[in-house]
Design a protein around this ligand. Structure first.
Ligand code: SIN
Length: 361
């Protein structure tokens, strides 16, 4: 009798244990995956070549988003992935209007509870510009990750699939939240503000050079080591919600024997801002100064940037910015200075205020 009772209690305890450990097992077997939306815009990551050895002279933007997703079944292990084809273009054709459309879509999606992060597939040529634009106008702390590829999808050792996998796992990871718009290329995590394409063709073309990249993606996990201190996303003053267009801002490139033709032509075409990508620390050739002064006198904002690619553009260094009423680009390269100036001009025409923005973002 005693033996029977003991056996019954043991069976009951065993059943309880099975129930408990069974439920623990069920949970760990099916962890809740984040919902990541891939917005495809074209580029080499969606490109195809004539053969597996075609790594130049291929056609960008030919493969649709569903095929990109299908080509990497491993994505399903790191996130619930959905795809949208927003554009299908080579990124040299990216325009202000494309940016506004894309940013508005990103903001709508990130406001939804069923979207945890966004990946944007993009051509590498202007990827850094789209990334910085989004960094300034996305109104969410949820991860937004841009990704491209240096080799078309048909190439031997194409980098698109691994880059896409890394970008999705980054967009799905809580560590990526609140760090601004990120770029995932070549196993590295870069910040939108500091990254640039610095090589025409190699796999490690995306670098943040002196300011440094943020971390690595290794073994299916992101590892962060640093973060940009410049304000971004939810901390910016820019709101593109009601904007249909952006002010015209153009870039003039500095070189020996530079002439003022480009400045005058951009002004005649209605420019509201000129980025002067000067030599060295943004020096101004004497021949060009009268045209830049005339541009400012007509109300355009002139920003001195540098074509060098690294370093701080010193305010009142190679030119007297206070006297000329010009703005110094700080560490932004000319193409990113153009983006910040366009957005700044949607808020103010004051050079003082715009200079503040260049030291803030
Ligand atoms: C492009 O930018 O669309 C073409 C080049 C590339 O994606 O690498």
């Amino acid at each position: 009798m005693l033996y029977q009772k003991t056996t019954q209690s043991m069976i009951a305890i065993f059943a309880m244990l099975v129930a408990v450990t069974g439920s623990v097992h069920a949970e760990s077997a099916a962890p809740k995956l984040a919902n990541v939306t891939i917005l495809a815009t074209g580029g080499t990551i969606a490109g195809t070549g004539a053969s597996s050895t075609t790594t130049v002279g291929y056609t960008a933007a030919t493969v649709g988003v569903q095929s990109l997703i299908k080509a990497v079944p491993e994505l399903a292990k790191v996130a619930n992935v959905t795809g949208e084809q927003v554009f299908q273009i080579a990124s040299e054709n990216m325009s202000n209007e494309h940016w506004l459309t894309l940013a508005k879509r990103v903001n709508v999606l990130l406001a939804q509870n069923n979207v945890d992060g966004i990946v944007i597939t993009h051509g590498t040529d202007t990827l850094e510009e789209t990334a910085y634009f989004l960094d300034l106008v996305v109104k969410s702390r949820k991860p937004v990750v841009l990704v491209g590829a240096m080799r078309p999808s048909t190439a031997l050792s194409a980098d698109g699939p691994i880059n896409l996998y890394n970008s999705v796992l980054l967009a799905a990871s809580p560590e990526a939240a609140g760090k601004g718009v990120l770029v995932a290329m070549n196993d590295q995590i870069q910040s939108a503000r500091d990254v640039s394409k610095v090589n025409t063709s190699t796999l490690d073309s995306f670098r943040s050079s002196e300011l440094g990249f943020l971390g690595y993606i290794q073994g299916g996990k992101p590892f962060f080591y640093r973060q940009s201190l410049r304000k971004h996303t939810t901390e910016t003053e820019f709101d593109i919600g009601a904007l249909q267009s952006l002010p015209q801002v153009d870039i003039v490139y500095g070189y020996a024997n530079m002439n003022p033709v480009a400045v005058d032509a951009f002004m005649a075409a209605g420019a509201k801002g000129i980025i002067h990508a000067g030599v060295g620390d943004g020096s101004l050739a004497a021949k060009v100064v009268p045209s830049l002064k005339a541009a400012r006198a007509k109300g355009a904002i002139v920003v001195r940037a540098s074509r060098v690619g690294q370093g701080i553009l010193a305010r009142n260094g190679e030119a007297n910015d206070d006297q000329l009423d010009f703005v110094a680009a700080d560490t932004l390269n000319p193409q990113k200075a153009r983006i910040l100036l366009m957005l700044a001009l949607t808020k103010t025409n004051s050079t003082k205020e715009i200079q503040r923005m260049f030291y803030t973002y």
